[in-house]
Design a protein around this ligand. Structure first.
Ligand code: 4AD
Ligand code: MG
Length: 432
């Protein structure tokens, strides 16, 4: 008998097949029992009839506890009332292993800490099935977008000798005789080197921020996709970002609709996401916020509430551009028309999901970059190689970083980023 996965059952209607998986739930009467069965690719109802499998076998499988490992052989049949429209009529049930203790996750209303303490088991639940498969789709979309455009994947290092973003939230550690190194906050500086070697490049990997924030948007370890393109200026950069984000949303609508539907996502809102995205400058945004009664001065960075208020005016993601140079990182190119602001953007997702991308054109002038590194009190020695990029073959170049979990949270319509990653690291959690 052929071993098939639940996701492929529709191609086997009327056939007898073998399924390998686990009992999700089961209930039984004297003559018939129903097993809600999962195999990692989906869930299906299995009907076990005493008359089909015999008295003895029926007795032994009548009361199977949750998370019993099972191999089931049976016939695939259409059943309009079953979820998914298919069910299995069991011909044989083989127990592979029986739980040692009752399964601890039984009801939909366990508290969130209880569930995260059991994240290694909670992953088996339906909601997590849909969220993490959606994450997989988002990442497939990201990779496919760059493949189609012939970007080169450059895997950037996790141990770094120079501060990539901001001094305030670094994880420091001792690296043999070398002394202090940091966990990467970004791969950007390395991608800049790669862009001058390969033209258009991207990465996708974990990044680390020792942020004491407990908001629903912050993780300590999160995944970022960054892109960097030589000869790209601010305007080209915006275009690439809106193309990428629109591509991801479209891909998920086409390939992950069942997950969005399970999560009760308002699909109509996602269908609106296509280029061009609206833009406002930082200065316009501050004026708007002040009119709305926010206590904010030109020069301040935006918090979550400010971002939400700005994004609420639009039904697509919105670019906020030209932030004050003092509010942003050292490497950003000043606007030639107003050197107090830089050629950068934050892309804010609609519906209060906040910043999903941080982006900028980079300084390509050697002297200006030296000046900025000093101005930000960063050690020049650590940036020797980064400055070399401005000595030989320097050109305008631009790039961005997309927060993977924030993007998932927005697309899936979730409350909190911690559910968008298999094993979240937050201020209070590194276990499991
Ligand atoms: O805006 P950020 O800090 O930009 C950079 O790191 C640039 N060097 C990227 C580049 O230009 N190559 O971070 C980029 C994105 C943010 O927009 C946000 O989506 C996400 O990373 N992010 C976080 N996501 C979850 N938890 C955190 N603590 C995050 N910090 C940033
Ligand atoms: Mg940012």
């Amino acid at each position: 008998m052929e071993w098939v996965y639940i996701e492929d059952l529709k191609d086997h209607i009327g056939e007898s097949v073998e399924l390998r998986g686990w009992v999700w739930r089961s209930r039984s009467s004297g003559k018939i029992s129903f097993i809600n069965f999962r195999d990692g690719t989906g869930f299906v109802q299995v009907v076990v009839e005493r008359s089909t499998i015999g008295d003895e076998k029926f007795k032994s499988v009548k009361k199977l506890p949750m998370e019993t490992s099972l191999i089931i052989r049976g016939k695939v049949r259409e059943e309009k009332r079953a979820p998914g429209g298919l069910e299995i009529l069991a011909e044989d049930v083989e127990v592979v292993s029986t739980p040692i203790e009752p399964y601890p996750i039984t009801k939909p209303d366990h508290g969130i800490d209880y569930l995260f303490d059991r994240r290694h088991l909670w992953l088996r639940s339906r909601r997590q099935f849909h969220i993490l498969r959606l994450r997989d789709k988002v990442i497939r979309a990201i990779r496919e977008f760059y493949w189609k455009r012939n970007f080169v994947l450059i895997d950037t290092p996790i141990f770094t000798g120079a501060i990539g973003e901001a001094a305030g939230n670094l994880f420091e550690l001792d690296y043999f005789d070398y002394g202090k190194v940091y966990l990467a906050q970004t791969g950007q500086l390395y991608l800049e080197a790669a862009a001058l070697a390969f033209g258009k490049v991207y990465n996708l990997g974990p990044t680390f921020r020792a942020e004491k924030s407990k908001t629903r948007r912050h993780l300590i370890e999160f995944w970022m996709n960054e892109a960097e393109v030589a000869y790209y200026e601010h305007e080209d950069n915006l275009k690439l970002q809106e193309d990428l984000v629109s591509y991801i949303v479209k891909y998920v609508l086409e390939n992950g609709l069942e997950h969005l539907e399970f999560l009760k996502r308002d699909i109509k809102r996602l269908e609106k996401v296509e280029p061009p995205f609206p833009r406002i400058t930082y200065t316009e945004a501050v004026k708007f916020l002040q009119k709305k009664g926010f206590d904010i001065e030109w020069g301040d960075d935006f918090g979550g509430d400010e971002e939400t208020a700005i994004a609420e005016q639009f039904d697509k993601p919105v670019f906020v551009t030209h932030y004050p140079r003092k509010a942003k990182a050292f490497y950003m190119q000043p606007d030639p028309e107003n050197p107090d602001v830089v050629l950068c953007d934050d892309l804010l997702a609609p519906e209060g999901y906040g910043e999903i991308i941080g982006a900028s054109q980079r300084i390509h002038d050697y002297d200006l970059l030296v000046e900025r590194i000093k101005e930000f009190n960063l050690p020049l020695e650590a940036y020797d190689w980064y400055l070399d990029l401005r000595k030989w073959g320097s050109v305008p170049h631009s790039g961005f970083g997309l927060g993977v979990e924030r993007t998932i949270v927005w697309i899936a319509g979730l409350e909190h980023v911690r559910e968008a990653i298999p094993f979240p690291r937050t201020l209070y959690r590194v276990h499991p």
